[in-house]
Design a protein around this ligand. Structure first.
Ligand code: FRU
Length: 889
């Protein structure tokens, strides 16, 4: 039979009974042996000497399908069928000690009981004399059990050969002591001198001894038993004590039966009959036997102890192993949880990082949006300012056109040819408006990237000369020295003529705009190596600060020095057009400005466009002709007369200042300034009224107004601001600077004239106030620059009143102004000459001296600076209508 892998085999043993020590020893031996073989489970059932129970127990094992069955039958015949049933059921069955009927079993274990009977008989024979008659009694085991039968058979077989030995009685025992008693007693009573009693086991032998002793025969009868058990009441002890003469060892075979069962289950071949050795133990070998048993027992005990230890260790091992498994499980769980936690931490970290990144992204985006918004705001403001400035650009030409039309309309009786100036003005300013609009359209086109070049082979010198010629008349008019130089007059370039025409035209208008009278504008065409050509525009204007070199090409940013009205688009468009030609424009400034346009020679750089090789004859754009004004204005008549009020017009647009002068000359003396000499001119002429523009080349209108109003010499002059700026801020700025009136372009000429009249009338009213309240001036609580002026003037006059030689020259010197300025100022604010004023001060002082002192007339006359008392009296009478004497009386 093959051992089932990893399975536990069950060995079922049905023991006949466990009332005696021999059976107990058999069970113990089996258990010890089985315990040494893990994997084999021994189950013992006790039949309690009851055949029916034993049959039932065997059947239970059959139905439980034990792996092997061991049976120690109580009786042979009744147990045989059930053993055969087990065999038939395929359960290997080992029979131990007592046999069944027949041989239908797997193996038998036990000593040879015939041999045991023979050993007992031979012992008696060998210890007796052949000639001596011996009387024996045999006490058998249970007759229906095989050992009893076989032991008798062997015993009697040997004794049959010895006639001197007679079995006088055979007592049928049942293996127990109690079955011996009465029957033996009666034999002992009836048969004299029994020599030997052979009992089939030591228990019955002990029973025989007790019966013999009760008859005092124990010393004369030798008793032989079977079993030879070790232990307190075992056969060996009985031999040692002399109760038994001998005992025949009958081993239990428990250990052997288990060994056989295991061998079988492990698939080994085993013998069917396994006979155990036997030996007779008497007083000669009992000690050796006991020693051996003791040793064996000791070893057995050691083994059992070790078994116990092993069992305990197994239990400990099992519990530790279980604990270890639980711990391993827990560690695994912990590891899993740890891994999960680490994973979660990483996931959280990752999520946190993502969140942080998102956060940072959002912050950056927010900052960018804020930055964009700020930039957009600035750019919007810049653009709004640009378009506001641009719309102002439209105002001056519009003003000029409307003024010219007004002028024509007001003189319906005149012939149109008499309005040559006006019609030219209209045409010229319409041209200017058209140019502005064209610039705007070009700008729009450039912004949307819609420009496509139509390059034509062009003689550069000829091309520029055409434009140069257009500016000659203006150069003449402004006394500007305009030159064109070229080192190669035959140089050909590929350019879009329409664009380059605008480029060079812009360059020249720009140079003219910033070049003062008697200045210089030089155009030079210079070949720069094989591939390039430079066109330079030099002027002798105010120049451009270095920090504005880039700004001037930006349409939305006007450079600092440029206070000339301009759309700001011209230079931007110029740069873009040059760049479309893959050229470059730059500016430098050193005594005026120099613009350099670098153009590429050849046509490789224009490969993306359709290039025309035909050098068509240069043509001038009709529209540009509009800008070329050959009209030279007529000389205007000189001032009407000296008493007429003088107006100073500070305006850099020549057309506008000319038109204003032309129209105001009928009523006023008109002086002009283009802004560059405004202050000087105002101080020189001390005009009665000033008309001032805001956008001017050097100082702006606010600055000029402020300066004039802070100067005692000019502070009294009414100032009218005439400007394209119509916003509230500019108006407030102008009023703060001291301006009296603010008129925005385009203006109505009648309104301007009326404003002038009002300003002069108000001045008249003030003059009246000053001349009539002249005495109160020094005490007056309110103070303006005029009063400051008058206070100072009065103070100086009063100080010098006594001095007869004190004159206007001295006064002007002490006032730190020129005589003319003093004269014009006093005349302007009081309507009288300065000498009249000094005189009136002398007389006024004399008047108060007459009233308040007892000085005589002559003394008073000298006191107020008169050399002759007669002249003093005449002057006094002229002023106050009575002589000093009459006045005092
Ligand atoms: C034990 C026993 C032994 C004897 C054997 C024979 O029950 O009575 O004393 O030798 O049985 O089967």
């Amino acid at each position: 039979m093959n051992r089932k892998q990893d399975d536990i085999y069950t060995i079922g043993f049905v023991q006949a009974m466990t009332t005696d020590n021999w059976r107990k020893e058999m069970n113990r031996a089996m258990q010890v042996e089985a315990s040494m073989h893990p994997g084999f489970n021994l189950v013992i059932k006790d039949a309690q000497n009851d055949v029916a129970r034993q049959i039932k127990q065997i059947e239970e094992f059959i139905s439980e399908d034990v792996d092997i069955l061991i049976v120690s039958p109580i009786q042979s015949v009744p147990i045989t069928p059930v053993v055969e049933k087990a065999m038939n059921a395929g359960i290997p069955t080992i029979v131990i000690d007592r046999k069944i009927d027949g041989s239908n079993y797997t193996a038998y274990v036990g000593a040879n009981n015939v041999e045991i009977g023979k050993n007992a008989a031979n012992y008696i024979v060998s210890n007796s004399d052949q000639n001596q008659e011996l009387k024996l009694v045999e006490i058998t085991g249970l007759q229906t059990s095989s050992p009893a039968f076989e032991r008798s058979q062997g015993f009697q077989e040997v004794l049959a050969n010895h006639e001197n030995i007679n079995i006088v009685a055979t007592i049928a025992g049942d293996w127990e002591k109690t079955s011996v008693g009465n029957h033996l007693g009666s034999i002992l009573d009836s048969v004299e001198s029994i020599d030997y009693i052979f009992a089939h086991n030591d228990r019955m032998a002990m029973g025989a001894w007790e019966m013999a002793r009760s008859k005092n025969l124990e010393d004369s009868i030798q008793i032989i038993g079977v079993d030879g058990l070790f232990g307190p009441s075992g056969g060996i002890q009985l031999v040692k004590e002399g109760i038994l003469t001998a005992t025949v060892l009958y081993p239990t075979g428990g250990a052997e039966a288990i060994k056989l069962a295991i061998q079988l289950l492990e698939g080994d071949q085993i013998a069917k009959n396994n006979l155990l050795n036997t030996v007779v133990i008497d007083k000669l070998n009992v000690d050796i036997m006991q020693n051996q048993f003791n040793k064996m027992n000791q070893q057995q005990n050691d083994i059992e102890q070790q078994q116990t230890v092993i069992k305990e260790q197994v239990i400990t091992y099992n519990s530790q192993s279980n604990l270890l498994k639980i711990m391993a499980g827990l560690i695994l769980l912990l590891l899993l949880l740890g891994t999960w936690a680490v994973y979660l931490v990483f996931k959280l970290k990752k999520r946190k990082r993502i969140l942080e990144l998102n956060n940072a992204k959002i912050i950056t985006q927010r900052n960018q949006i804020e930055k964009f918004a700020e930039q957009l705001k600035i750019s919007n403001e810049v653009k709004i300012n640009f378009f506001t400035a641009l719309s102002h650009e439209f105002k001056t030409p519009l003003t000029l056109i409307t003024s010219a039309i007004e002028s024509i309309a007001q003189n319906p009786h005149k012939q149109l040819k008499e309005f040559a100036y006006e019609t030219n003005l209209i045409s010229k300013n319409s041209g200017r408006l058209l140019r502005l609009i064209n610039e705007l359209l070009d700008f729009r086109k450039l912004e949307s990237g819609n420009f496509y070049l139509k390059p034509l082979k062009t003689n550069l010198y000829e091309f520029i000369r055409n434009i140069y010629e257009d500016f000659q008349s203006e150069a003449l008019r402004k006394s500007i020295d305009l030159k064109l130089e070229a080192d190669n007059k035959g140089l050909m370039v590929y350019v879009d003529r329409n664009m380059m025409d605008k480029v060079f035209f812009n360059m020249l208008s720009n140079a003219f705009k910033f070049t003062p009278k008697n200045g210089k504008v030089i155009i030079s065409i210079k070949e720069n190596g094989q591939e390039k050509v430079d066109v330079l525009f030099n002027d002798s204007g105010i120049g451009i600060p270095k920090e504005d070199f880039q700004k001037i090409f930006d349409p939305f940013r006007q450079a600092g020095n440029n206070t000339k009205p301009s759309s700001g688009l011209g230079l931007y468009i110029t740069r873009k057009f040059v760049e479309l030609h893959k050229g470059n424009i730059s500016v430098s400034s050193h005594q005026g400005a120099e613009f350099k346009i670098e153009l590429l020679q050849g046509k490789k750089h224009l490969s993306e466009y359709k290039v025309s090789e035909k050098d068509l004859k240069l043509q001038q754009e009709e529209s540009e002709k509009l800008l070329d004004s050959n009209f030279i204005p007529e000389e205007l008549p000189e001032p009407i007369n000296e008493n007429t009020e003088t107006i100073l017009i500070i305006e850099d647009n020549e057309d506008l200042s000319y038109l204003l002068k032309k129209r105001l000359l009928a009523e006023y003396n008109v002086e002009l300034s283009d802004g560059s000499d405004a202050i000087e001119k105002a101080l020189a002429i001390i005009p009665d009224v000033i008309i001032c523009d805001i956008h001017l080349p050097e100082k702006n209108g606010f600055e000029i107004c402020n300066e004039l109003k802070s100067d005692l010499r000019t502070s009294h002059i009414p100032t009218l601001i005439l400007t394209a700026l119509s916003d509230k801020e500019s108006k407030i700025k102008a009023l703060r600077a001291g301006a009296d009136t603010y008129i925005s372009k385009p203006f109505n000429f009648e309104i301007l004239k009326e404003s002038l009249r009002t300003a002069l009338f108000n001045r008249e009213k003030l003059r009246y106030y000053y001349t009539n309240k002249i005495d109160q001036v020094k005490d007056n609580a309110f103070e303006d620059s005029e009063q400051t002026f008058l206070k100072k003037l009065n103070h100086i006059i009063e100080k010098n009143l006594k001095s007869t030689g004190f004159n206007v020259e001295d006064l002007a010197q002490q006032m730190e102004i020129s005589r003319v300025q003093l004269y014009r100022k006093v005349k302007a604010i009081m309507g009288i000459s300065i000498s009249d004023y000094i005189n009136s001060q002398r007389l006024s002082k004399a008047k108060s001296l007459l009233q308040e002192t007892h000085l005589n007339i002559s003394e008073i006359a000298y006191e107020v600076g008169y050399t002759s008392p007669g002249y003093f009296s005449t002057s006094f009478k002229n002023k106050y209508g009575s002589t000093p004497k009459q006045f005092r009386n």
